[in-house]
Design a protein around this ligand. Structure first.
Ligand code: GLA
Length: 369
């Protein structure tokens, strides 16, 4: 074995990192058809590699795959307001606690997701006991209580929070997304959310997170909002690019421009929800049609997806000075939210591991550099 000949006096930092990499990679050995290194080991000197998880996926073979491949987790649903705060005086920490315990046990980072969003939000938050819409004062007080309780509970454990998710509109002419938050509070809820999260845990890195940031118009709005919040002293400290993409979108040029524009802000960036659909990109949900019948993972789909993963990771590595993490949205093709979006019930294969948890061609493209 190589280790026996090593003179420990001469261990330099890079060598030590290499040795530690080999040790943590050992957790992958013994898994059938599994490369002896995990994604996190290939990318150790670039950025952390995460995965979104539910408590169910932390056990058995899937749990093993997670610890062997990744060094960061994001709860897919368990920290969202609808799950963690279902009624005004009732919090449900069960799922989130189990994910946090798993990550700490396995020395993984934890991204918190998400404190304020227009979706998966409990109905009670916008209503009083008569069912009428609450005032701005009451809604902001509820948001403050929510953020303070959740962030305080995981203080020192969750290292980064998606504080505000998706408040920028997809419509060209509209700046903020039209939501109950906006109509009741105006845009003030955005800055308050960051201030309260920062008060609850001053060490946590606070993200603004959104999708379709490859669209130049939407990207410009995100950048404008972040700049103006920061100019006011609001602690928006990092930007999350969700990265729900497809084999044909973004183009290399779009991705390059996206990263160049965000990197110019000199703020940490993360790709927070990466998946690459094997179907041509569609932005809106729609009915299943006759043309959707072929849902096989054929050679052509496998190749075009692998190519797109290669393009994306080449750019990610190029921007390693800005990029501090890449998180995949789900673990394997066994289950992805894209199985039901944009087309209900159409099987997709957007991840690096197949339905049997084996690495795909795309995996090789990502680690071969
Ligand atoms: C958005 C949210 C995620 C997730 C995806 C779809 O990107 O930020 O939490 O719900 O939609 O699964």
């Amino acid at each position: 074995m190589k280790f026996k000949k090593m003179n420990t006096q001469k261990i330099t930092r890079p060598l030590l990192t290499g040795v530690l990499g080999v040790f943590s990679a050992l957790s992958c050995l013994g898994q059938e058809h599994m490369p002896d290194k995990g994604l996190k080991d290939y990318y150790r000197s670039f950025f952390s590699i995460g995965v979104s998880v539910s408590p169910r996926v932390l056990k058995g073979e899937e749990g093993q795959l997670i610890t062997c491949q990744f060094n960061s987790v994001t709860p897919e649903n368990d920290m969202k307001m609808g799950v963690i705060h279902p009624r005004e005086n009732e919090y449900n920490f069960r799922g989130a606690d189990s994910i946090v315990a798993f990550a700490l046990r396995n020395k993984m980072k934890i991204r918190g997701h998400t404190l304020c969003w227009h979706n998966q939000v409990p109905a009670w938050i916008f209503k009083d006991e008569k069912g009428d819409t609450v005032s701005k004062e009451i809604l902001l007080q509820r948001l403050k209580d929510h953020i303070t309780t959740v962030v305080t509970r995981y203080k020192g454990k969750v290292y980064a929070w998606d504080v505000v998710n998706e408040v920028i509109s997809d419509k060209k002419e509209e700046f903020y997304r039209n939501s109950a938050w906006l109509s009741i509070c105006g845009p003030e809820f955005i800055e308050k959310a960051f201030l309260w999260a920062h008060e609850a845990d001053p060490q946590a890195v606070l993200f603004y997170n959104d999708y379709n940031e490859i669209n130049a118009v939407k990207r410009a709005k995100i950048i404008q909002m972040v700049k103006s919040l920061r100019a006011k002293g609001v602690p928006v400290q990092a930007i999350g690019l969700q990265g729900h993409w497809a084999f044909n979108e973004p183009t290399e040029d779009q991705l390059e421009k996206t990263f160049a524009d965000f990197a110019a802000l000199k703020m940490p960036l993360q790709v927070t929800e990466l998946d690459i659909s094997v179907y041509p990109k569609e932005h809106e949900a729609r009915e299943r049609r006759a043309g959707d019948v072929d849902t096989s993972y054929n050679r052509e789909r496998e190749n075009s997806q692998a190519e797109q993963y290669r393009r994306c990771f080449t750019i990610f590595r190029k921007y390693k000075n800005s990029l501090t993490g890449v998180t995949f949205w789900n673990l394997s093709d066994k289950h992805s939210w894209l199985d039901n979006f944009p087309v209900q019930g159409r099987k997709d294969y957007p991840l690096l591991f197949d339905r049997n948890l084996q690495p795909k061609k795309a995996f090789k493209e990502v680690v071969d550099f």
